[in-house]
Design a protein around this ligand. Structure first.
Ligand SMILES: [Zn+2]
Length: 229
């Protein structure tokens, strides 16, 4: 593993929190890490065959329907390349930079969360709000890397609680000199909206706060004010 603290270097961290691997979180470690293109192709082919069988079990004559003929292939591709892409790709390269004088909150809000619930394989759509407080003469993360961390963990079967923890812990580890990390996710769950209870318009909020975001009311309030503004 590269040293995540090397300034202007990239850090390549695949496994942030091994003890959470299989707890409500369909993670990439089960398949031994990132797949190359030909491994993805094999996976798509296998999954397409099984999805065809799944449709047949549901009484769907998909092979004779022009709209469904390629559906098993499309669904398998969507899982491997998009919906669960975070499972099959390596953790993104994270660039950090030296921080000479800033010791306030670094906040990025409204980061899109596009995920899928592990329980029902329905979409989870929402936003993540992230903040951390760097130390002077230590490092900060390139801003867009926060988006990449969210993408990496969201793009798989997940439950929102664990997604929140994973994102928090990744930032906490990459900028391990931080004085606090805060992650808040608000998202709507299609499994609540379109099946079972069928309630539209509900959303779930989760947060994980550490360091000054717990110890200082002022800092915590500032985080929530940033989210509102
Ligand atoms: Zn669900």
């Amino acid at each position: 593993m590269d040293n995540p603290k090397q300034h202007n270097e990239t850090a390549h961290i695949i496994d942030i929190n091994p003890e959470l691997r299989n707890i409500g979180f369909a993670d990439g470690v089960n398949i031994g890490g990132a797949l190359n293109d030909s491994e993805k192709k094999v996976m798509i082919e296998k999954a397409a065959v099984k999805f065809g069988e799944f449709l047949e079990a549901l009484g769907c004559d998909w092979q004779n329907d022009p709209n469904s003929k390629e559906t098993p292939q499309r669904v398998a591709k969507a899982y491997v390349n998009d919906l669960w892409a975070g499972r099959y790709n390596a953790f993104p390269k994270i660039t950090t930079f030296p921080n000479y004088e800033y010791d306030g909150i670094i906040f990025e809000g409204d980061i899109p969360v596009i995920s899928m619930c592990s329980h029902h394989h329905q979409t989870i759509m929402g936003k993540a709000h992230i903040a951390y407080i760097p130390q002077i003469n230590q490092e900060i993360i390139g801003l867009s890397k926060l988006n990449r961390i969210v993408e990496h963990y969201a793009r798989r079967g997940a439950i929102q609680e664990n997604l929140t923890v994973r994102i928090h812990d990744a930032i906490n580890k990459i900028v391990d000199s931080n004085k606090g990390v805060a992650v808040m996710i608000e998202a709507s769950h299609n499994c609540v909206q379109c099946r079972g209870i069928g309630h539209q318009g509900t959303s779930m909020k989760t947060s994980k706060l550490t360091g000054e975001f717990i110890d200082s009311n002022k800092t915590r309030n500032e985080f929530y004010e940033f989210i509102k503004s």
